[in-house]
Design a protein around this ligand. Sequence first.
Ligand code: PLP
Length: 343
Amino acid sequence: MSELRISKSAYLHNLAAIAKKAGGESRVMAVLKDNAYGHGARIIAALANEFGLRRAVVRSLDEALEIAEFFEQILILSHIPDGNEPSEAGNCALVYGINELDALNAIKAGSCVHLACDTLMHRNGLRFEELERAYEIARKRGVSVLGAYTHYRSADEYSGEFDVQKNNFARFKARVRELSVKFGTPAPVFHSHNSAATERAASEEGELVRVGMAQFGYAQFDESLDLHRVASLWADRVSHRVLTKGESVGYGGVFTASEEIAVATYDLGYGDGLLRYAGFGDLRLANGAKILGKMSMDSFSCEDVGEKVCVFDDANVWAKFFGTINYDILVKLSPRIKRTLID
Ligand SMILES: *Cc1c(COP(=O)(O)O)cnc(C)c1O
């Protein structure tokens, strides 16, 4: 059976490097959305907990409930409020990101929130002029505002935009501090740095960081962090045979043997979330073997390299081949693939 091997030592090593850069483990929020970037939410959450992280970030309420037992507090980024939030007054184990003003009117009274701030990206968040209104609505409805955050639109590119947004967020933070005094709410927490921003610069004074991809060993800037890749994808041999010269393997017969060759079929395909290799171009497995012919839904064929083959231990190989980013390769890995914890 195919499996995604998760290296415990690599993951803990990465968290230590990130915590150091961020100014301590209490500053780190582990972003575990989308099944922990395909790695497996519960397996990664348990490791983050073992390391000592107390906060996580996910996309939806379902994702938060799946890993709630491992964290003191979970921030939900893309929750669409409907008044049925399972939060109890005084218990802020779940914190909802407020992506627009209306969300404060829709969310259940007693909920705990962080205000998303629109500092340039214009994807989500409140505008500067809306902050006071947000505090007013929150007071009126009994919603607890615990903090504020923003997201950089180009932390992963060298450009001045990063600094423009930092300056914008500094203004938002000052205003939120003022408002929290005016409205008598607790001192707010702030966060803005994703992985690339955390690699790029130590976090802003007193801020938390929201680190996603760096946890899994993929650096975008700071190679000196020496991150180790956490996941490797393995497939098992379903069958093997010898092709004689002129025989073709798979749909459409796209690969034809030019001489006798031992081939094998392995149990991973595009139905498992791999992007579909159409049989052309140089896409290689971790051991250098080429996939032969078109990938099927549940399998691919290649030179027979034994009972198990490592499909990749570096998602960049597949990302580069398909003209996409490593996130896109990892996050698509089907939750049905078995996750196995290794040292
Ligand atoms: C996904 C996400 C992150 C984490 O991004 P990485 O690049 O994986 O570190 C942080 N903040 C928000 C708002 C996100 O959506």
